[in-house]
Design a protein around this ligand. Structure first.
Ligand SMILES: [Zn+2]
Length: 361
């Protein structure tokens, strides 16, 4: 189904090509988000409540929480960043809390105007160091939360993450778990730095694809000379249909050509790329050049609750620093709907509803 782009644009655009957008304008844009880590979708109140229930030593004020739990300036050292991940990890422990946080993540996404939403999570990250907590219990709690959050105008799905840092038996077990639950996952993601040849995963990727799962891979995130090759490997070896970040693809025109030919979407997350040192400033992000190179670009928040941002924040940033107009946002969202791993009928139903609502006077 082809959604009519031009109908969403206000008549102002014909007068002024790029009028200033208010926070309310940004919020009212129907959005698609493809790259968002569920573990980093956090409400302050819920985190505090859950932390106290678990007997954790929690911050005493919101300021202290923001200072100690959030990552709002570029990482200076790894230990600092890891401590924050460690805090989050402890919160995702009790299945009832997990279910509640999954539901709240859906509610918060919908409030921002997101109408097609893909969350991803790592079963290994959540269960690490918790012998009593099994993948099954985590997954069923998340699925219950997601199901409760689904609406006719809000399509939502889950991607399972395999960490490339895992030793092979553990990585294989996770991939098999995700594949065995292909009825409640829509895709498989590979995250973190690789520690073994990607060909090791080949048979398991074939199994996942045969079960109907789509593949996305975190690649080309760091500003290294090898970034484009990482993206090529993700596409050629892991059969990635989308790339998490991938912003450093521009270093090799042959990889740009490959991604363009195969219509591999890039899941771009501007604030995240600044905080991890992938770009020196959000204003230096190559997002415009990626679009100009003919690559399918989508806009995402990555770890909103960890960064203290949301997807609307990323839209405002792109509007102010990169001159994104309503038309640019609509183009990215059209790309994202097409590239979403959700079943065609589900995503189109929610998306068409959002467009119809937008057209009402
Ligand atoms: Zn990510």
């Amino acid at each position: 189904m082809k959604v009519q782009n031009h109908a969403i644009i206000s008549s102002e655009d014909t007068v002024n090509k790029n009028p200033e957008l208010s926070a309310a304008d940004i919020k009212s844009i129907p959005k698609v988000e493809l790259h968002c880590h569920l573990e980093a979708c956090l409400r302050y109140e819920t985190v505090m409540e859950a932390g106290h229930q678990l007997g954790l030593q929690m911050p005493t004020t919101k300021e202290e929480y923001e200072r100690e739990w959030l990552l709002q300036a570029p990482m200076r050292n790894l230990a600092d960043a890891l401590k924050r991940f460690d805090n989050i990890q402890k919160i995702w422990t009790d299945p009832a809390v997990i279910e509640r946080m999954a539901l709240e993540a859906c509610e918060d996404a919908r409030t921002q105007g997101i109408r097609v939403m893909e969350f991803r999570y790592s079963p290994d990250f959540i269960t690490a160091g918790k012998p009593g907590l099994k993948f099954e219990a985590v997954h069923s709690a998340i699925v219950r939360g997601i199901e409760a959050g689904r609406r006719e105008d809000f399509a939502v799905g889950l991607i399972g993450i395999v960490q490339k840092t895992l030793p092979m038996p553990a990585a294989a077990a996770t991939m098999k778990f995700i594949t065995a639950n292909a009825d409640t996952f829509i895709g498989l993601d590979f995250a973190d730095r690789e520690t073994m040849p990607l060909t090791t995963y080949r048979d398991l990727v074939d199994e996942a694809r045969a079960a109907g799962l789509n593949i996305t891979v975190h690649a080309g995130e760091e500003p290294t000379a090898g970034a484009p090759q990482e993206i090529r490997d993700a596409i050629e070896i892991l059969q990635a249909e989308r790339i998490g970040h991938g912003l450093h693809i521009l270093g090799d025109e042959t990889v740009v050509e490959l991604a363009r030919e195969k219509k591999i979407a890039l899941e771009i997350c501007p604030t995240s790329n600044w905080l991890t040192g992938s770009v020196s400033a959000t204003s230096e992000h190559p997002v415009r050049r990626l679009i100009e190179a003919g690559l399918p670009v989508t806009i995402n928040s990555d770890d909103p609750g960890l960064f203290g941002i949301d997807l609307c924040h990323e839209y405002m940033l792109l509007h102010r620093e990169h001159g994104f107009s309503l038309q640019d946002f609509n183009d990215c969202n059209e790309t994202a709907v097409r590239q979403s791993f959700l079943p065609e009928e589900q995503k189109q139903q929610a998306w068409q509803r959002a467009i119809d609502q937008r057209q009402k006077p």
